[in-house]
Design a protein around this ligand. Structure first.
Ligand code: 5GP
Length: 185
């Protein structure tokens, strides 16, 4: 295994997708892992592109069959990364990015201590709440569950290798690029 695994976490609505997307546009040779989830597809999402959308039964079968490198329950849904896919990418010499929650990130670090954990933090909790509500894709109960999850995420982020504060998208992309290049040097 000669390539690195970068695990990026951040609270929902923090804009981590935009930061990672900006990084990948400039660094197209990086591979973004596609996770499995049991949550409902949002408008515009495509199965096999954004996620592999599984039923709860299918997800449970993968857990029982020990197919996941990591998995977690997040805000009432299950999310997981397939072990085989990750190992194959690393064997193929690809630098991989996993965009997963902090519970999953800590499982990956335990199994693969050489992985690099990066947390994208909101400038403030209030800013994040505003962004999450502005998305208009979830109902109030879902938003509340996500805000509770955010608090837990911020606590776990303390043990990450790096933290980037996303107060400006462009700066955040540059910080991510800097960290990843430094780790690969
Ligand atoms: P969303 O439903 O907004 O796409 O994602 C909710 C949370 O699940 C985000 O924090 C995202 O990073 C996390 N997530 C996505 N895929 C995975 C995965 O494979 N494993 C884990 N543990 N979390 C994931």
């Amino acid at each position: 295994m000669n390539k690195k695994l970068f695990v990026i976490s951040g609270s929902s609505g923090v804009g981590k997708g935009t930061v990672i997307g900006g990084f990948l546009k400039r660094n197209p040779h990086f591979t973004l892992s596609i996770s499995c989830t049991t949550r409902q597809m949002r408008p515009g999402e495509v199965d096999g592109v954004n996620y592999f959308f599984l039923s709860k039964e299918e997800f449970k079968e993968c857990i029982d069959g020990d197919k996941f490198l990591e998995w977690a329950e997040f805000a009432g849904n299950f999310y997981g990364t397939k072990q085989k896919y990750i190992m194959q990418c690393l064997e193929d010499g690809k630098n991989l990015i996993l965009e997963i929650d902090t519970q999953g990130a800590m499982q990956v670090k335990k199994k693969m201590p050489e992985s690099v954990l990066i947390f994208i933090a909101p400038p403030s909790f209030e800013a994040l709440e505003k962004r999450l509500r502005g998305r208009h894709t979830e109902d109030e109960a879902t938003i509340q569950r996500r805000l509770d999850a955010v608090k837990k995420e911020l606590e776990r982020a303390e043990s990450f290798d790096y933290q980037i504060i996303n107060d400006d998208i462009e700066n955040a992309i540059e910080s991510l690029e800097y960290i990843i290049k430094k780790e690969l040097a």
